[in-house]
Ligand binder design. Structure first.
Ligand code: SF4
Ligand code: SF4
Length: 201
């Protein structure tokens, strides 16, 4: 028997008591971080790796229901390849400015690109520490817009244009890469980094 649900559902705008204590629970034990095409292009740019190579090294792709899904691959028991420890044994993310949108929001979790309801992963040891915080609605809007756009593009390529799922993913990534080169707003890592995902209540 468990001790209640693993994820707590929050009403729109709901707050929790939370402060990140920089342990290694989220990034060290199976990040399972789902990724969008926008996450990939930002991370590949930041790590100075071609996006095709980035996928081969760092991303697991599975095909389900005719659609490709991507997640960060883990090392050993699932430790994120970008997780590092400082001299005080505290964890930090080596790609922090370009980390995936899902990582920015943790321990809050978006289950649907269209719902305002959020979930909180109760296994995060930072819950109960610090003051009351909530998700920044400005950040949430951007994240959900990216999620919707990611799936809209993949659906269109697979369902309307007849691409195989993996081909669709590479086409969507290639298109996103071209947009990034043309200065798309979503590719502005500096601007994105200025938007705090989690703010004080
Ligand atoms: S978000 Fe939670 S699980 Fe992740 S490092 Fe911070 S305290 Fe630990
Ligand atoms: S990308 Fe960074 S924040 Fe996300 S799981 Fe890896 S180390 Fe953690």
């Amino acid at each position: 028997m468990g001790n209640g649900p693993a994820f707590e559902r929050l009403p729109p705008g709901g707050s929790i008591k939370f402060k990140c204590i920089r342990c290694d629970v989220c990034c060290g034990t199976g990040p399972n971080v789902s990724l969008t095409i926008f996450d990939i292009i930002r991370m590949a740019y930041y790590t100075n790796i071609d996006w095709r190579q980035f996928i081969e090294i760092y991303v697991d792709v599975i095909i389900a229901d005719m659609l490709p899904f991507m997640k960060l691959s883990g090392i050993g028991k699932g430790r994120c390849p970008f997780l590092r420890f400082d001299e005080d044994d505290k964890t930090y993310c080596s790609i922090y400015p370009a980390r995936p949108m899902k990582c920015r929001l943790y321990p809050f979790i978006v289950m649907s690109p269209s719902s305002e309801y959020l979930y909180v992963d109760r296994k995060c040891p930072g819950i109960g520490e610090g003051g009351m915080v909530r998700v920044n609605p400005v950040f949430l809007k951007i994240y959900q817009r990216e999620l919707r756009e990611h799936y809209r593009r993949l659906y269109r390529l697979v369902m309307d244009e007849g691409y195989e799922p993996l081909q669709a993913l590479y086409k969507a990534l290639s298109d996103a890469y071209d947009e990034a080169k043309s200065g798309a707003d979503w590719f502005n890592i500096e601007k994105l980094s200025k938007i705090e995902p989690i703010v004080e209540q």
